[in-house]
Ligand binder design. Structure first.
Ligand code: IPM
Ligand code: MG
Length: 372
């Protein structure tokens, strides 16, 4: 391996994570063999898998490897086996630690309806046909990390649970900047989402986004929406949105809603990005499918590997500027769907049910055809 290789840290994690990651690694290997895009792959543990071996959801050594990598590929974390653990030891803490220490403040969650899957949505085809929106979720602040937090006994009896929602102007601006920049590459529209009607942090959010827009992004169309209204508008008329910029907690909820609307939760990738280093141009980055560890089908070879694979495509695009290779993977995924191949999560009448591995085989075959 030469130092020119791209350093990937692969954390397959729990449940279906290892199964879907195996198919992505076959594609990464193909990229090295057929496109001379070589990766230096190191595999390690996160979540429940790390707990079982090391009694923590993420070791310091793995954390360091993540900081040193050019990009981290993550499968999924969590499962019933670890649900009863104290909060600080849960598998999810491993993922949250990665996000926080790598300072991955910008979480990109595209919600795209694939033509072949229009009928898989619970919404009417005419509402979601051609849907392509991007949620840019703040990932290292707000309710998830704010202090004070905890559960305490109240004097005289009873208990109190506390979490704190805070944002600084700088945190809001750096997230909004990512949203505006990405909008310029797409439909040039940003909808900023908060609850300025009830939350001071929401008032600040709206003010800062408005100021940044006026100062640097006046060419982008900006609108503001309360989060509850946004949840409703997503179902009523999702195509009104191009880029949605929102905080950590609202983004968590709205991105699940948007993902499920597409009828293809097993298809949706995500990228979590840190700030670009001004000198080297390097940025920390982690890529993971939006779906979780799906413990009910783990180990059965039924999982859909496409979301994880499309996350790898995002990795090629955002970490390595390999746009042609990223598009090749996206075209390949579309082609296998157009040929009628389906894993169980997206199966429809008249289509061919395939296993995780068979879907991977089909993808590799298609890659040879389209880009070998
Ligand atoms: C997500 C997940 C995580 C979150 C969990 C697993 C901690 O729901 O990535 O959306 O709440 O952020
Ligand atoms: Mg979530």
């Amino acid at each position: 391996m030469t130092s020119a290789n791209k350093k990937l840290l692969v954390l397959a994690g729990d449940g279906i994570g290892p199964e879907v990651m195996a198919e992505t690694l076959r594609v990464a290997e193909w990229m090295g063999r057929r496109r001379a895009v070589r990766f230096d792959v190191r595999e390690d543990l996160v979540g429940g898998a790390a707990l079982d071996k090391h009694h923590v959801p993420l070791t310091d050594a793995t954390m360091k490897a993540a900081m040193d990598a050019d990009a981290v590929l993550l499968g999924a974390v969590g499962g019933p086996k670890w649900d009863k653990l104290p909060f600080a030891q849960k598998p999810e803490r491993g993922l949250l630690r990665l996000r926080k220490e790598m300072d991955l403040f910008a979480n990109l969650r595209p919600a795209v309806v694939f033509d072949a899957l229009v009928d898989a949505s619970s919404l009417k085809p005419e509402v979601i046909n051609g849907l392509d929106l991007l949620i840019v979720r703040e990932l290292t602040g707000g309710m998830y990390f704010g202090e004070p937090r905890g559960i305490e006994n109240i004097a005289g009896g009873g208990r109190k649970g506390t979490n704190t929602h805070t944002y600084t102007d700088a945190e809001i601006r750096r997230l909004a900047r990512v949203g505006f920049e990405l909008a310029r590459l797409r439909g040039n529209k940003v909808c900023s989402v908060e609850k300025a009607n009830v939350m001071e942090a929401g008032v600040l959010w709206r003010e800062e986004v408005t100021k940044l827009h006026a100062a640097e992004f006046a060419d982008v169309q900006l609108s503001h929406m309360y989060a509850d209204n946004c949840a409703m508008q997503l179902i009523r008329n999702p195509r009104q949105f191009d880029v949605i910029v929102t905080d950590n907690l609202f983004g968590d909820m709205l991105s699940d809603e948007a993902a499920m609307m597409t009828g293809s939760l097993g298809m949706l990738p995500s990228a979590s990005l840190g700030a670009r280093d001004a000198a080297t141009g390097r940025r920390h980055a982690l890529y993971e499918p939006v779906h979780g560890s799906a413990p009910d089908i783990a180990g059965l070879g039924q999982a859909n590997p496409i979301a994880n694979l499309l996350s790898f495509a995002m990795c090629l695009r955002y970490s390595f500027a390999l746009e042609a290779e990223a598009e090749l993977i996206e075209r390949t995924a579309k082609a296998v769907l157009d040929r009628g191949l389906r894993t169980g999560d997206i199966l429809q009448p008249g289509k061919t049910l395939v296993s995780t591995r068979a879907m991977g085989d089909a993808i590799l075959k298609e890659l040879e055809k389209l880009g070998g």
